[in-house]
Every structure is written in structure tokens, then in C-alpha cells.
Design a binder for this molecule. Structure first.
Ligand code: ADP
Ligand code: MG
Length: 348
């Protein structure tokens, strides 16, 4: 990987027709298995097998593997953190900070320090992407409801109304108060919160003396640090749409994060078009830009998460140019022709 230093500042017609839906959970489990098996290939220690546990939080499978600790309670603590952050950041938890902001009707809402940090991280990517990444897409995301959508496109008028509420400039922060100035605007932090939470878990585990392990929050992979035996963590990058979870490539890292945004995890198909879960704030439709996925390698998972969605939104040319301009950050783009395009310092 190129040696650069990562700046902290970049933190992060109703028509019913036949459709094909894919189930997200089996694919995620396969992905997790793929990653842990890839990891085991070169990482297994003779003297102490790692401990691994999985849980399901904020609609995501979380898998935690510790290599240099036998303390299962630390994994419990990480799961408790996931639950706590879900209570603050989820749009579907009625009393979360984000839900309270979203139904405030333009009044200032006092929220926790953590919520402020995640919103600020999100806003940094809204600005970096000049609005291709936008944390106020909640109304559009709800209208599509891709996860449960049986193959129905949203009504054009309803979509236009939802689009009117989108625009991250409506989010203003003063101290711990957040105000949403556009009526009906809905904050959604789904593109950045998993990465931010992964970083907090790593911090916690490090503070407890654990320095070797892998956190996988639904494809947001973060490793705890170099292993004492010098071996690398091998992280698999899934072949888009492969139902058996097979890998297209894998990458060896000793530190940092590997985060993927793709169209194949959450989508429905209608008349040969894939309607997925990353939306263009200009049109209200999912981006159709010749990309299947973008994977980012960088030190912090909040940046990996912010950048993977940002680069997906920007498309291959602009996304790649952004990565080349950032320190200590690499990416691999997979196009709809399954062409693999890597940034210049991507590990061979
Ligand atoms: P995932 O979280 O599924 O791994 P991403 O990090 O790319 O994938 O986040 C996608 C999520 O981000 C969507 O499910 C939605 O909640 C939100 N989102 C969709 N489009 C955008 C966008 N253009 N900018 C910011 N967030 C988005
Ligand atoms: Mg993301």
C-alpha cells in the first residue's frame, strides 16, 4: 500500500411485475464464513485457537474473532455496544436520537456526543462527494423499502415529494443540538454507522489489551492490529451475486479496514434492471453507473464505510480519482462486466 497519512478530517407508477428477490442473510453468512475461512488459512495458531462469535444487530450479522484473548465476555461487551449504538443511531428505533431528530418538525433536538460525531462524519462525506453521498435520503429510502419490496417501483409523485426533503445542507449542528431545517427531512446514517461502530469496538478491545482479531460488521471488516507471529489477515472480497459466497479476490492486511458497498446485497430485479439500496439524491433512483461494488482499504472503518458508498455514488472515474488523491487509502472497483479496477497502490 502507498505510504500516505490519513487525515482525520475525512471522517466519513406502481406497477407490479414478476421479480426476483435474493435473501440477504444467507449471503451474509456465506460471506462471513468465506472471510473466516480465508483468515484461517494463514492465521491459525497452534497454541491457542481464536474465539469467534456472531450476533445480529442493526439488521446486520456481526462476527467477532479474537486471536490473543480467551475472554468471551469482551465479545459480549462489543455486542452490548452494538445494541447501545443501535438505540442511538437507528431510524427504526422510535426513541433513538435519530428518530427524535427526524420527527422534530424543525425544532432543535439535543442528542448524545456519539450521535453528533456520526452525523459529522456523515456530513464530511456529503461535502467531499458534493452531495452524491447524502445523509438525508431517509424519505427516499423508506419509499423504496428495497429490503421488503416485492418488485414495485415507487409512485413518481410520491418520489418527487420524498426527493424534496433531501439535501444535507438542512442539517445544522450547534453543540449537542441538531436542527433539520427542511420540512420532512429524514436523516439516515446507514452508509456510515457500521464503520463508526467498528472503530469504537476496536478502541474498546485495544483498551482491554486485545490487539489481534477481526471485526466483521456485515462486510465492514476491521482488523485489530498486526499479529505477533507476523502473519497477515486475509480478507476475502466476495464475487458479486455469487450465491455460494465465492470470492473474486482476497487481500492480505496486517492492520486497517476493508469495506465494501455493493448492489448485490440488497436489491430486487424488475424487467432486467437491478434496483438496489444506494440512491442518487438527484433522481431518487438507485445509481445505475456500471458498477457492482467498491471495496476500500484504509486505516479507519468510518472512512472505509463513508468512502465505499461515496465512491459507489461517484462512479468509477471520479471515485478512482478521489481514492488516488487520499493518503493511505486504496480501492478496488468491480464493474458490471466483472472487470476489476484497482487503485495504483492496491496490494498485489
Ligand atoms: P451497507 O451498509 O449495506 O453495507 P453502504 O455502506 O453502502 O452499504 O450503505 C448503504 C445504505 O446507506 C443504504 O441502505 C441507505 O441506508 C444509505 N444510503 C443509500 N444511498 C445513499 C447515498 N447516496 N448517500 C448516503 N447514504 C445512502
Ligand atoms: Mg458505506
Amino acid at each position: 500500500m502507498k505510504k500516505k497519512t490519513c487525515p482525520k478530517s475525512i471522517t466519513e407508477n406502481s406497477k407490479r411485475l414478476s421479480c426476483k428477490r435474493k435473501r440477504i442473510l444467507p449471503a451474509l453468512v456465506l460471506l462471513l464464513l468465506g472471510i473466516s475461512m480465508a483468515s484461517s488459512g494463514c492465521a491459525w495458531r497452534k497454541e491457542a485457537a481464536p474465539i469467534t462469535r456472531s450476533g445480529f444487530y442493526f439488521d446486520t450479522v456481526i462476527q467477532i474473532t479474537l486471536y490473543d484473548s480467551r475472554q468471551e465476555s469482551l465479545i459480549d461487551d462489543c455486542f452490548a455496544m452494538a445494541k447501545e449504538y443501535e438505540q442511538l443511531l437507528s431510524r427504526t428505533v422510535p426513541d433513538s436520537d435519530i428518530s427524535r431528530i427526524n420527527r422534530s418538525g424543525g425544532a432543535p433536538v439535543t442528542v448524545s456526543d456519539d450521535t453528533i460525531k456520526v452525523i459529522e462524519a456523515g456530513l464530511a462525506y456529503c461535502e467531499l462527494s458534493k452531495g452524491a453521498f447524502d445523509i438525508t435520503l431517509g424519505a427516499v429510502i423508506d419509499l423504496w423499502d428495497v429490503k421488503n419490496n416485492p418488485g414495485v417501483l415507487p409512485d413518481r409523485k410520491e418520489l418527487a415529494r420524498a426527493l424534496d426533503t433531501v439535501g444535507y445542507e438542512a442539517v445544522s449542528i450547534e453543540g449537542n443540538e441538531v436542527t433539520l431545517t427542511t420540512p420532512g427531512a429524514q436523516i439516515d446514517l446507514g452508509a456510515i454507522s457500521k464503520g463508526w461502530i467498528a472503530d469504537r469496538m476496536k478502541e474498546y478491545l485495544n483498551s482491554q489489551g486485545v490487539t489481534e482479531g477481526i471485526l466483521n460488521l456485515g462486510g465492514n471488516v476491521l482488523v485489530l492490529g498486526p499479529k505477533s507471529d507476523g502473519s497477515a489477515y486475509t480478507v476475502g472480497i466476495q464475487k458479486p451475486f455469487a450465491e455460494d459466497g465465492s470470492l473474486l479476490l482476497s487481500v492480505d492486511i496486517s492492520d486497517g479496514t476493508v469495506v465494501t458497498s455493493g448492489i448485490y446485497q440488497r436489491y430486487f430485479e424488475l424487467d432486467g434492471t437491478i434496483y438496489h439500496h444506494i440512491f442518487d439524491p438527484d433522481t431518487g433512483y438507485p445509481y445505475q453507473n456500471g458498477l457492482l461494488s467498491v471495496t476500500i482499504l484504509c486505516p479507519d472503518s468510518v472512512d472505509g464505510d463513508g468512502l465505499s458508498t461515496t465512491c459507489f455514488a461517484l462512479g468509477l472515474t471520479e471515485g478512482l480519482a478521489l481514492i488516488e488523491s487520499l493518503p493511505d487509502t486504496e480501492a478496488v472497483f468491480i464493474t458490471t462486466d466483472y472487470e476489476i479496477v484497482k487503485s495504483s497502490g492496491f496490494p498485489a
